[in-house]
Write a new protein. Structure first.
Length: 299
């Protein structure tokens, strides 16, 4: 077994068995001290696809698609294996074709989704991996130009009962970055035109506030504390300001519904704890309007 193949096998084992998403992938091919690796990469890839589907609480076959995982995800494992050589890793990722089956989506997400925390936000490999793994991009945030493809994938999941539960639960998880918060807000803004569409928005916020209320309360309280220093702090180009704006953007889809369809919102009895976020978003709109007016007056 070559060094590269052994590292790919170790990477697949890591993605299948490692319970802690914060731990990085195994050492790259340059680390000669890495331990032995055993197993058929193709068999491990199929196992990874099934394990990932189970982690997302999807039945087998996922979304009713019994197609194989294929081999494209092995290139993603190879890219992670040579990640210390940026040019080589990007070249490998660039050769990955579009996924053809849901198991292919699962295998790619099983690798990329677990590797993202170990990659810097500006890392070109991170961007390439997100392009190659549409499901990871949907649940995190897509690279430039990938929004349309993620929207189509979201519609596919929403059309399947189990898929709907999966994406609702995933989109309700507190965002890891301001970019993810803003992207999810943009996704939810699509579902505002009919009562049926708006149920998607309600379900995401209900799930978020039922299972992750503490974290969303912390994010919202941080915005409130920032506003106490002066509403203009919301426009500051520093980490607190960026996180505050992203948090308020996250509340925007629900704030718009609260303004336009208050009676409909009141019928959602599972929706609790949204009042502060919605109220702060209204203030944010006023701050942005004032800043725009000030820019005009200063010309």
């Amino acid at each position: 077994m070559t060094t590269l193949t052994a590292t790919v096998v170790r990477t697949l084992h890591w993605a299948i068995t490692e319970p802690d998403d914060s731990l990085p992938p195994p050492p790259s091919v340059r680390d000669r001290a890495a331990g032995p690796a055993t197993g058929d990469p193709v068999v491990l890839l199929e196992r990874l696809a099934r394990v990932t589907a189970a982690r997302l609480r999807l039945s087998d076959p996922p979304l009713g698609d019994d197609g194989p995982a294929g081999l494209e995800a092995l290139l993603l494992a190879a890219a992670l294996a040579v990640r210390d050589d940026a040019a080589a890793a990007e070249q490998v990722v660039g050769g990955v074709r579009e996924p053809r089956t849901v198991r292919d989506l699962m295998a790619r997400h099983g690798l990329v989704g677990r590797a993202l925390p170990a990659l810097a936000p500006q890392d070109a490999l991170r961007t390439g991996l997100l392009r190659a793994s549409p499901l990871t991009a949907l649940l995190d945030h897509p690279p430039p130009g990938g929004e349309g493809r993620c929207g189509q994938l979201l519609d596919r999941f929403l059309d399947h009962p189990e898929g709907r539960r999966t994406v609702v639960a995933a989109l309700a998880v507190p965002p890891a970055t301001p970019e993810t918060a803003r992207y999810r807000a943009a996704l939810l803004r699509r579902f505002r035109f009919t009562p049926g569409e708006r149920t998607v928005v309600y379900e995401v916020y209900e799930t978020a506030l039922l299972h992750h209320a503490r974290r969303y309360r912390e994010l919202t309280d941080a915005v409130r504390d920032l506003v106490r220093d002066g509403p203009a702090r919301l426009l500051a180009d520093d980490p607190p300001g960026r996180w505050a704006r992203a948090t308020l953007d996250w509340w925007e889809p629900l704030a718009v519904i609260a303004r336009r369809h208050p009676q409909e919102l009141r019928r959602r009895r599972m929706l609790r704890g949204h009042g502060t976020g919605v109220a702060l978003h209204r203030l944010y709109g006023g701050v942005r309007d004032w800043e725009g007016l000030r820019e005009v007056l200063d010309r």
